[in-house]
Design a protein around this ligand. Structure first.
Ligand code: HPA
Length: 452
């Protein structure tokens, strides 16, 4: 199929709506209410957009809604078509290509899903970390992906960005899980035997959407954030038969939490805007931006009482490398954690604080942190799929988070001998131990989860 959507349409649209959206949100199950939170909304029915698939069901025609949510320029897709309704994969994924042409950099997807992992109950929210597509046709066939800034033979690892959603959940104190979403073609639900097969294959949740849109967005170099709302135990895992009614009720019940999660994620996306380039910058651009980057010294320390499992804290001091002025001190206490986690969080918090890309020298007394980079342990772990010999690597959530926040900076790690008299590292030690001993403490949810 040759697509024939003119770039001009997008330009005209952008001129008409006078907003350049940074993020797009597909208002899937449980997220419809987000439309009410859009400031100064401009509504464009799909029917006015060339190439956009329009549902033929009356009242479901759908529209794009442009505006700001929490100050972040967004476009929301109200209504979408599914493969199971008889649309082709090209049609189902067309909106993603359209959004790319509008200049969108982030795509937030939500879905309703059956829970496969033991312990998943209706209302559980699962951040999608990867997917399995079961007999669902590829969205790339016949699509000139290159015309949209993508590549045809797409590497399908790292489709989903989980960091923003995890941070959003932590800040909103919303319990979330993380796992693998499997898409079937639908519209029939699965058989119990299929669910047993999917569980063996490593799926945690099953639904009828998302993977194709996510894959297309990934091919076009968008950042994809996806959340599944578990609405029912998957076939054969609960009592009674599955019904669409049950799915709708559970999605509605989880919608408040989902809404809060997406709001917070949007705020974080807004804060990081302009940090990490979506595409690799050219060598010249990299050099040019290095010239303008601010130089920062980041001193860090972590502390944990009765390590592991006791309370802990971190302390970080950010200093302007030229003026030697302290930019900011940061610290946080945690109820139950480990020393290594606190050491990592100290670095993450410091880097996260820097909104513009900087050249950062990190000073830590943690060999765990410094050697992971200097001795290339981290590189090996990643190459071995986060395994260290036969053992899984610990604190993968934080290593991934650290790599994510490092993306926009130029970071060099330096090891300093603990308590060797460096005033800034001494200050970090003070901050960390004070936070560990006096709080206020928050939960290190990922660690607590990992103990289950
Ligand atoms: N299977 C497939 N899709 C779904 C389910 C399910 O159990 N629940 C909600 N969407």
């Amino acid at each position: 199929m040759i697509e024939n959507s003119s770039f001009l349409d997008c330009d005209e649209l952008l001129k008409a709506v006078r907003i350049k959206p940074l993020a797009a949100i597909v208002l899937g199950s449980g997220l419809g209410k987000l439309a009410d939170d859009i400031e100064d909304p401009v509504v464009i029915p799909y029917a006015r957009l060339s190439g956009f698939p329009v549902s033929t069901v009356e009242g479901h025609e759908g529209s794009l809604i442009f505006g700001k949510v929490d100050g972040v320029p967004v476009v929301c897709m109200k209504g979408r078509v599914h493969y199971y309704e008889g649309y082709s994969m090209q049609q189902v994924t067309y909106p993603v290509r359209f959004l790319k042409r509008l200049g969108v950099e982030h795509l937030i997807l939500t879905n309703a899903a059956g829970g496969i992992r033991a312990g998943f109950r209706p209302g559980t929210l699962m951040i999608v970390e990867d997917h399995i597509s079961s007999f669902v046709p590829s969205p790339f066939g016949g699509i000139p992906v290159e015309d949209y800034g993508g590549t045809q033979f797409v590497d399908m690892s790292g489709i989903y960005t989980t960091e923003i959603l995890r941070r959003a959940a932590e800040q909103e104190q919303i319990q979330v899980e993380q796992g693998i979403y499997l898409q079937t073609t639908g519209p029939g639900y699965e058989t119990p035997a299929e669910i047993r097969m999917y569980r063996t294959m490593g799926a945690d949740a099953v639904g009828m959407s998302t993977t194709v849109e996510a894959a297309m967005a990934h091919a076009l170099k968008l950042k994809v954030h996806a959340v599944s709302c578990i609405t029912n135990p998957a076939a054969g895992l609960g009592e009674g038969k599955l019904s669409h009614e049950e799915v709708k009720i559970a999605a509605a019940e989880a919608s408040d939490r989902l809404l809060r999660l997406v709001h917070r994620a949007l705020q974080l996306i807004g804060q990081t805007a302009g940090d990490a380039p979506v595409t690799e910058p050219s060598v010249e651009k990299k050099e040019a931006s290095a010239i303008q980057k601010k130089k920062v010294l980041l001193y860090t320390d972590g502390s944990a009482r009765s390590n592991p499992d006791g309370p802990g804290g971190y302390g970080s001091v950010l200093m302007d490398a030229d003026s030697k002025e302290v930019i900011r001190e940061l610290s946080q206490g945690y109820q139950k954690t480990t020393n290594n986690r606190m050491e990592l969080m100290a670095v993450i918090a410091g880097l996260e604080f820097l909104k513009d890309p900087c050249i950062v020298d990190v000073y830590s007394d943690s060999q765990y942190v410094v050697n992971s980079f200097e001795k290339k342990w981290l590189e090996n772990w990643i190459r071995n799929n986060w395994m260290r010999g036969k053992e899984p690597v610990k604190n993968v959530d934080l290593w991934k988070k650290l790599l994510f926040v490092m993306e926009s900076h130029q970071v060099t790690f330096h090891w300093v001998k603990g308590h060797a008299g460096n005033p800034m590292n001494e200050r970090c030690d003070e901050l960390a131990t004070y936070a560990a001993d006096h709080g206020p403490w928050i939960a290190d949810t990922a660690y607590i989860e990992s103990l289950k």
